[in-house]
Unconditional design. Structure first.
Length: 123
């Protein structure tokens, strides 16, 4: 049995790897559900055109980012804009916070170039 990066529980569409998943125009990043205990266990939420939502651990995308990762968390501080507390807020965070790198990964995933089905088959 072949192993896939992700399979939709609603329509059984499968994506062989992360690249084909991110490039699929039938998917749209819609949210980030934070896990403050372990940021890699938070979820990136995607809507699929079959009307389902797919959740994938943030850690599955961590290697896409090679910038700074800060050691201190500022959640709840006066400097914190609270973006991680709002699931649908996908903006970059301006604070040098431990959580900020996930916000950068969100930008990479959100802006991943989409390809049509025929182009995906040629990847």
């Amino acid at each position: 049995m072949a192993e896939f990066f992700k399979t939709c529980n609603n329509c059984n569409t499968s994506w062989e790897d992360r690249v084909s998943f991110l490039a699929d125009p039938a998917l749209k990043l819609i949210g980030y559900q934070v896990s403050f205990k372990n940021l890699n266990l938070g979820y990136f939420l995607f809507n699929h055109d079959c009307n389902s939502t797919l959740a994938i651990h943030a850690g599955e995308f961590e290697d896409l980012y090679d910038g700074p990762v800060f050691s201190e968390r500022h959640t709840g501080d006066a400097s914190c804009p609270g973006m991680c507390l709002h699931q649908s807020d996908l903006r970059r965070c301006p604070v040098q916070c431990e959580c900020a790198y996930v916000r950068e990964v969100l930008q990479i995933v959100k802006n991943w170039p989409k390809t049509n089905k025929q182009d995906q088959e040629n990847l």
